[in-house]
Every structure is written in C-alpha cells, then in structure tokens.
Design a protein around this ligand. Structure first.
Ligand code: NDP
Length: 434
C-alpha cells in the first residue's frame, strides 16, 4: 500500500488473489524463493500520457491516457481499453492484474495488459469520439504491435472506437497489421462471435457449474445488471437456454419486466440509438423503471449475473440476494462483487463463478481473432462459437480441479486463481529473473 498509495481497487484485486494463492505457495516454495509474487504485482511497464483534442465548440480539452503492460510471461500483452470518467491508475492496474490470470486460464498464449482514459463518451458527438480516439492512438501506437501488445474494447469502447483506433494506427504505421487490435468490424479482420463472446461465455460457464449441481438456466429467473455489450449477450444466451431474465440496468437506474426483458428494445436503445434504459418503459409499458442501480439486487432471482462494473454488489446487496433465495452468481463484469460480498456468497453456499474465469470468453475470442488474422482466414459463427463453448467449459473444469487439488473443493475463486497463476509462475521461473 505504501508503494501504491490510494490505489484501492488495485489493492482489493491483489488481496483477493494473493490470499487465495496460499495453498499453491505452500506446495511450491520455489516461487517465494524466486520472488514470483513481488514480480507479479509490479507491472512490467505503466504508460501514462496526455490526450489533447478539440471539441465541437472549438475548445481544446485534455484527458489522461493509460496503458499497463503487466505481464508478458506467456504471450503478448492483451486486454481492453476503457473510456469512462472513473478511469485512473488504480482501476487500470486492477484490471491489468486480473487480466494476467484470466488470460492464462483461457489456455491461449496471451499476457496481461489493460488501458483506457478518463474521457467520458456520454453525450459526445461522433466527430468528438473520433478526434479523441485518434489523439489517444497517436500516442499509444508506439507501444503496440501484433506480437507486442494487442488492445480490445471494454466499457465505453465498442466496434466504433476500435475502428477509429485501427484506422489511426494503420495510418501512422503505414502497415496493415490486422492483429494489432481485436473487436474489429467484420469487414476488416474482425471475428464472428466477438460481440457476443463475453455474455455468451459467462452463461456457458454458469450453465456448466449449474449442471454439476443439478440445476440449469431452464425455467430459472435471472437478474442481469448493465445493458452494455456483456449484459445484452448474457441476456440473449440465458433466454435461449430457457431462463426468464426479468431485469437489467444502466448507471442511472434499472428496469423490472416480470414478463421477461424485451431484448429487441434493449438492443435498439443501447446499440443503435445510444439512449438510457429509462426509455424501455415507453415501448414496454407494463415494465417498471426505478432510479438508482443498486436496487436491482432486491429483485428475487435464482441466478444473478452482474455485468456492469466493479464493486456493484456490496455486502448488503449480497445478503439481500441470499435472503431472496439466489442459487448462483456469474460475474460478467470485472470484480463486480466486493470482497465482503464474495464472503457472503461463499459462506451461504451460493454457487459463485468469479469474473476472472466466467468472463474470459471475450478475451478468448479476441485471441481466436488474432489467430484468424495471422492465418488470413475467417472462421464461421458456428466454428468460433463451438471453440468458445469448449474454452469456457474447460476453464470451469480446470478451476474446479484446482480447487479440489489445493484443498478447497468447489471454491472457484481459489481454483481459478491457482489454475491461472501456476502457468504464469512456471513461465516466469523458466525465463529467469526478468
Ligand atoms: P459497456 O460500456 O458496453 O456497458 C457497460 C454497462 O455498465 C452499461 O450499461 C453502463 O451503463 C453500466 N455501467 C458502467 N459503469 C457503471 C457504473 N459506474 N455504475 C453503474 N453502471 C455502470 O461495457 P461492457 O459491457 O463491455 O463491460 C461491462 C463489464 O464487463 C466491465 O466490467 C468490463 O470490464 C467487463 N468485461 C467486458 C468484456 C467485453 O468483452 N466487453 C470482457 C470482459 C469483461 P451506462 O451506459 O449508464 O454507463
């Protein structure tokens, strides 16, 4: 804490991971002798830069850009770019740190990184978004490359922003390096299923976990927070598997639709018109809209899928979910549950799918996009979806197996952290003190 003052989210992520690695360190004293943990928590590189741009009124604005290149033991740095006013060094470092183990869990050769800016895309014109994004890439491009560091989207960064970043990178580099970014449009090197991947992936993971416990999405009532990329496709897949999703939200409030969320309305509002979730009730008048987002956890459900942002479920919300009979939690967002909330779930034997494992579908499909770019080929939707399904069920199996091997059967927080960590630690050991 002394070396990284005020980086609360980073401290939280490190605490959660290090505590759960204790059984692995007991079995592998060589990791301590070689300072693997000290090296793991120190980024290989942290880049901070000025992003100046001109708004539609001709006024010059300045934001701050970040890229953390955390760990390249098993592959080039890989992790999304977030545009949100809350972005700071702590948020980027917590996300980058989690990304190391998440990427390891996918079984694919990708290291950990993350980036972003405190730029707020809400209410900005298309021209402003483009000028900001170009300025951001004008600095960032120096540190990227298909074998160096490969960003993707995250909160506030979707196909439009990735397209502008790619265009600017290509222009500066005078080279068509398709594999330098993932989440690209389908006409210029994007992969089918990338848009759906994180949302579908979390549902594939949770379904596997439910199956092992005699449960299923079929006939279950589900609450999904958020209404962005992850939330929309989690709602879609859960519904396809026979669940009824009764609520979703944005940062202003949530909608409760007892008939089941009308995904057509949500997609149009969020993907096309970029409007607020409040507008949902205009088209679905039987639904209710409530201001404030934490109230969504008071809705009784069998399965909760937090898919908005970090620390959206605190201890109180976790207790409410348990009291109302929740059976399973699948984290679609990164670190959506506080440490206290996770303890409430584990103590009450709620099946808990931690983000690092459950939301790895996006980055897995990004790695499949990199493979297709290298091969100069495109796979079909069915091929990519089948690979995504296989990767997610493998992550579940490997996390479960590690939880058993290290003495915490069924605790997927411990299992996922250890399974992801061992591979990175072994690669770091093999590569010497670097
Ligand atoms: P989007 O920007 O598409 O959507 C984010 C959603 O969360 C929006 O509904 C947004 O509401 C809401 N939200 C954002 N910040 C807050 C906040 N502070 N309080 C309440 N609600 C908030 O992002 P994604 O769907 O891509 O990302 C959601 C989460 O999933 C993030 O934690 C991200 O890191 C994680 N993730 C995403 C992956 C991906 O492939 N996209 C991969 C793995 C993890 P509003 O519109 O009002 O801001």
């Amino acid at each position: 804490q002394k070396r990284n003052p005020y980086e609360y989210e980073f401290h939280q992520a490190v605490k959660e991971i290090l505590e759960s690695l204790v059984p692995a360190l007991a079995k592998h004293p060589e990791y301590m002798e070689n300072a693997i943990l000290e090296r793991l928590v120190e980024p290989e590189r942290m880049i901070t830069f000025r992003v100046p741009w001109v708004d539609d009124q001709g006024k010059t604005r300045v934001n701050r850009g970040f890229r953390v290149q955390f760990n390249s033991a098993i592959g080039p740095y890989k992790g999304g770019i977030r545009f949100h006013p809350s972005v700071n060094a702590s948020i980027i470092k917590f996300l980058g740190f989690e990304q190391i183990l998440k990427n390891s869990l996918t079984g694919l050769p990708i290291g950990g990184g993350k980036g972003g800016s405190d730029f707020d895309p809400k209410g900005k014109s298309n021209g402003e978004i483009m000028r900001f994004t170009q300025s951001f890439m004008t600095e960032l491009y120096k540190y990227l490359g298909p074998d160096v560091d490969v960003p993707a989207g995250d909160i506030g960064v979707g196909a439009r922003e990735v397209g502008y970043m790619f265009g600017q990178y290509k222009r500066i580099r005078s080279a068509y390096e398709a594999g330098v970014l993932t989440g690209k449009g389908l006409s210029y090197g994007g992969s089918l299923v990338r848009t759906e991947a994180t949302g579908y992936g979390v549902v594939y993971f949770v379904e596997e976990m439910l199956k092992d416990n005699g449960l299923s999405f079929e006939g279950s009532t589900v609450v999904v927070s958020g209404s962005g990329n992850v939330a929309i496709y989690a709602i879609e897949k859960a519904t396809q598997l026979g669940a009824k999703v009764v609520a979703c939200s944005d940062s202003n409030g949530y909608v409760y639709d007892k008939n089941g969320i009308n995904l057509k309305t949500v997609k149009r509002l969020k993907e096309v018109e970029r409007k607020r979730i409040k507008e949902y009730v205009a088209e679905n008048p039987h639904a209710e809209y409530h201001e404030g987002c934490s109230g969504i956890w008071s809705i009784p459900c069998d399965i909760a899928l937090p898919c908005a942002t970090q620390n959206e479920i605190n201890e109180e919300s976790a207790e409410l979910l348990v009291k109302n009979g929740v059976k399973a939690i699948g984290e679609g967002a990164n670190m959506p549950s506080t440490l206290e909330a996770i303890n409430v779930f584990l103590k009450n034997k709620v099946l808990f799918a931690p983000a690092k494992a459950a939301n790895a579908g996006g980055v897995s499909t990004s790695a499949l996009e990199m493979s297709q770019n290298s091969m100069r080929m495109s796979w079909t939707f069915e091929e990519v979806d089948a690979q995504l399904y296989k990767i997610m069920t493998n992550i579940y199996r490997n996390s479960l197996a590690a939880s058993v091997e290290y003495g915490y059967p069924g605790n997927l927080v411990v299992g996922a952290n250890i399974a992801g960590f061992i591979k990175v630690a072994e690669a770091m050991m093999a590569q010497g003190v670097v």
